[in-house]
Write a protein that binds this ligand. Structure first.
Ligand SMILES: [Ca+2]
Length: 246
C-alpha cells in the first residue's frame, strides 16, 4: 500500500514537472520575439530583379515603391549622408511611397504581416508593450491644407482575423524640417525624422499588420487637382518588451 502511494506521488510530481517544463519551453519560444526588430527587410534593402520589395505587400501592382539613394534626380544626391538629411544606417535603398493625384487611387500602402502567435500563453500572464517606429521624410510644403501626409499604422488581429486594435500616426509634409542648404543638399528635401507608435498588445492577438502609406490632403477637384508627390520611409522597427504581470 505504501509503495502504491509513493508511486502515485511520484507520478504526480513528474506530471507537474513535465507540465512546468512544457510551459517554460513555450515561454522561452515567446521570449525570442522580445527585444528584437520583428520587421523583415526593414530598410528596403532587399529587392527582386524587377525592383519589387521582398517581404512587403502593396495594394497595387506597381513596383515603384522603392529606390536607391542618389538614383532619382531631385531627391537625394549621390554620396548623400546624414548631413543632407538621411537617417543613420540608411543603407542603399528607401521606401518611396507615392501620394497619387487620382482620387480613385488616392491611397497606396505597403504592408507586412507579423506572426506573434507564439505570444499566446505569455499574453495570458503578462502585458507586452510595443514600439513601432520609422524614419520619414518628404518634400517642402508650407500650406498644411495642401500637404500630403505619411501614415504609420499597426493593426492587431486575433486567430479569426478579427481586428482587435489599430494604432495610427500621421506626419504632414508641413511638419518636416528643411535640410540646411549650406550642407550642400537639395533644398526641396526634408530631413528624415523619427515617427513612432507605442502601446500594449491586445489580449488574444496572434498577428500584427504594419503599414506605411502616403495620402493627399488637398481636397481634389477637377479645377484644382493635387500635385503628385511622395513620402519616403526607411529603417522601420517593431520592438516588443515585457511589461507588468496580469
Ligand atoms: Ca535603407
Amino acid at each position: 500500500m505504501k509503495n502504491i502511494i509513493l508511486l502515485i506521488a511520484m507520478l504526480c510530481f513528474f506530471a507537474d514537472y513535465s507540465e512546468a517544463q512544457a510551459q517554460k519551453k513555450v515561454l522561452n519560444e515567446a521570449d525570442k520575439l522580445i527585444g528584437v526588430n520583428l520587421i523583415k527587410n526593414p530598410g528596403a534593402e532587399k529587392i527582386t530583379e524587377l525592383n519589387k520589395l521582398i517581404n512587403w505587400e502593396t495594394n497595387t501592382n506597381d513596383n515603384n515603391y522603392v529606390s536607391n539613394y542618389g538614383h532619382i534626380a531631385g531627391e537625394w544626391d549621390n554620396g548623400c549622408n546624414i548631413k543632407c538629411g538621411l537617417p543613420e544606417n540608411a543603407g542603399g535603398n528607401y521606401f518611396r511611397n507615392p501620394a497619387d493625384v487620382a482620387p480613385e487611387n488616392i491611397k497606396k500602402t505597403i504592408t507586412q504581416t507579423i506572426d506573434i502567435s507564439r505570444l499566446k500563453d505569455t499574453l495570458k500572464i503578462r502585458e507586452i508593450d510595443f514600439i513601432y517606429s520609422a524614419q520619414i521624410a518628404g518634400f517642402h510644403c508650407d500650406e498644411a491644407l495642401k500637404c500630403a501626409f505619411g501614415d504609420l499604422k499597426i493593426e492587431y488581429f486575433d486567430s479569426a482575423k478579427q481586428s482587435l486594435k489599430v494604432y495610427d500616426a500621421k506626419k504632414y509634409m508641413n511638419e518636416f524640417h528643411r535640410v540646411d542648404e549650406s550642407e550642400g543638399a537639395d533644398s526641396r528635401m526634408h530631413k528624415f525624422e523619427k515617427i513612432s507608435l507605442s502601446g500594449t498588445i491586445p489580449d488574444n492577438a496572434t498577428s500584427a499588420v504594419v503599414t506605411i502609406s502616403a495620402e493627399q490632403n488637398c481636397g481634389y477637384t477637377q479645377e484644382s487637382p493635387c500635385s503628385a508627390t511622395f513620402v519616403f520611409f526607411d529603417n522601420l522597427s517593431l520592438i516588443l518588451s515585457k511589461s507588468k504581470k496580469k
